[in-house]
Ligand binder design. Sequence first.
Ligand code: AMP
Length: 129
Amino acid sequence: MTIFSRIIAGDIPCYKIAEDDEFFAFLDINPVNWGHTLVVPKRETDYIFDIEDDELGRMMVFAKRVACAIKEALPCRKVGVTVLGLEVPHAHIHLVPLKNEGDMNFANKISDPDPEKMKQIAEAIKANF
Ligand code: AMP
């Protein structure tokens, strides 16, 4: 069971944004920018491009809904989309609110993000979902 499956199961806490039958969204615990969100399928697959076409399409539509909520909740120009998957072997899409290119720098994460601020941001995004 991956760490993301344990989050989805409720065994590990997270700053939850949204879920449906197939997908789950929550804040990245080490955000590159405030509002950095992960979208994951409930069905475990390591590599995103091993996901079957229909499911991958639905995942992107779910991510779009989350991105729209992020854009409503937080001041940004656009919401950037990235897939890395080098650390956690459970496919996920990174959504990051952007004002400029530097807001999507994975080598420069916010250190020790304030839990209260993370909670407020999650609530704000959730309210717009
Ligand atoms: P990658 O697999 O390279 O896309 O990176 C995995 C991402 O998951 C990183 O940005 C981590 O900060 C994030 N991450 C790892 N564990 C957790 C967790 N328990 N809660 C939220 N995000 C996490």
